[in-house]
Design a protein around this ligand. Structure first.
Ligand SMILES: [Zn+2]
Length: 254
C-alpha cells in the first residue's frame, strides 16, 4: 500500500517527545455524548468524553454542510481496552512479519496504536480524543476514503490518492474539526483530539490539560458493566463466533 501525502502536510511529533510534555490535569469531568451533544451521532460503544470536547463536537457538527451529521465512532477507552487494541494489532503484525525483531514490531505498532505502556497517556484514555466520520440525512456514510486506484492508502489525512469527491468531503470535515479547536493525527484522518499530550505536541501548548482517567465515575462504570454484560451474552449465544463488531472502525488505532 503506497502512502503519498500532500507536500507540507503535518508530521506527528512521535511517542518519545510526547512523554516529555508536562500534564496539568484540569479535573474537567467526563460527559455522556448522547446527552451533551444530541445532534452528533454517537455510534461508539463507550460514548464519553471531556466536557469541553463535547462542546467542541457540537460546534464541529454545526459547521458541516447542510444535511450532514458528525458521527463519533470511538471516544473514551479504558486502559484495558487500549491495551487490548494495541497488543492485538502488535500480534497481527508479528504474524504477518515473523522476520521483524521486537523493536521494529514495536515501532510499527506504535504508528497505528498509541502504546498503553508509554509515558504519554493514549489520547482515548484521557477523554480528549475522538474518531469521527460523517453521515448524510439518511444515515449513509459520506465518502471520505475513496482512492483513485485500489490499494492506495487513504489513511493519511492529506493523502494524495483520494478521489476529488472524497478529498472535498474530507476538506469539509477537516475545516469543521479544526475550526472547533481539535488537532488531528496526520497519519489517521479520523483521529482528532483536544487537551491530551498529542494535542499539546502538535499545537505547541506548554502542557497537556488531560491525564489518563484514573477513576471512572459511577455512570461510566455502569455503562462499562452493561457493555461487558452484552459482550458476555454475545459470546454465550455465538460460542464460536466472532466478537460483536463495533463497525468499520474496529481495526482503527490510536
Ligand atoms: Zn483515535
Amino acid at each position: 500500500m503506497r502512502t503519498l501525502r500532500e507536500p507540507g502536510s503535518p508530521r506527528e511529533p512521535g511517542i518519545g517527545p510526547l512523554g516529555r510534555i508536562p500534564i496539568r490535569e484540569c479535573g474537567e469531568p467526563l460527559v455522556d455524548l448522547r446527552v451533551a451533544c444530541p445532534e452528533v451521532v454517537a455510534a461508539c460503544r463507550f460514548p464519553f468524553a471531556r466536557r469541553t470536547v463535547a462542546e467542541m463536537l457540537v460546534r464541529a457538527a454545526r459547521a458541516l454542510p447542510e444535511g450532514w451529521r458528525l458521527k463519533v465512532q470511538t471516544a473514551l477507552r479504558t486502559p484495558e481496552q487500549q491495551a487490548e487494541g494495541y497488543w492485538g494489532h502488535y500480534r497481527k503484525l508479528a504474524e504477518r512479519h515473523p522476520e521483524w525483531p521486537r523493536h521494529i514490531l514495536r515501532r510499527e505498532a506504535n504508528r497505528f496504536w498509541h502504546p498503553p505502556d508509554a509515558k504519554a497517556p493514549p489520547g482515548h484514555c484521557t477523554g480528549g480524543a475522538v474518531d469521527v466520520g460523517i453521515v448524510d440525512a439518511e444515515s449513509r456514510g459520506v465518502d471520505l476514503t475513496a482512492t483513485r486506484k485500489p490499494g492506495q492508502s487513504a489513511q493519511p489525512t492529506y493523502s494524495l490518492h483520494l478521489t476529488p469527491d472524497a478529498r472535498a468531503h474530507r476538506r469539509a470535515l477537516i475545516r469543521a474539526m479544526a475550526d472547533a479547536g481539535f488537532s488531528n493525527c496526520a497519519d489517521e484522518w479520523w483521529h482528532w483530539s483536544y487537551g491530551d499530550s498529542a494535542w499539546a505536541g502538535r499545537t505547541g501548548a506548554p502542557f497537556a490539560l488531560y491525564d489518563r482517567i484514573a477513576l471512572l465515575p459511577p455512570e461510566v462504570l455502569a455503562e462499562l458493566a452493561r457493555i461487558v454484560g452484552c459482550d458476555e451474552q454475545d459470546r454465550q449465544s455465538h460460542q464460536t463466533g466472532p466478537r460483536r463488531s463495533g463497525g468499520p472502525y474496529d481495526e482503527r488505532g490510536a
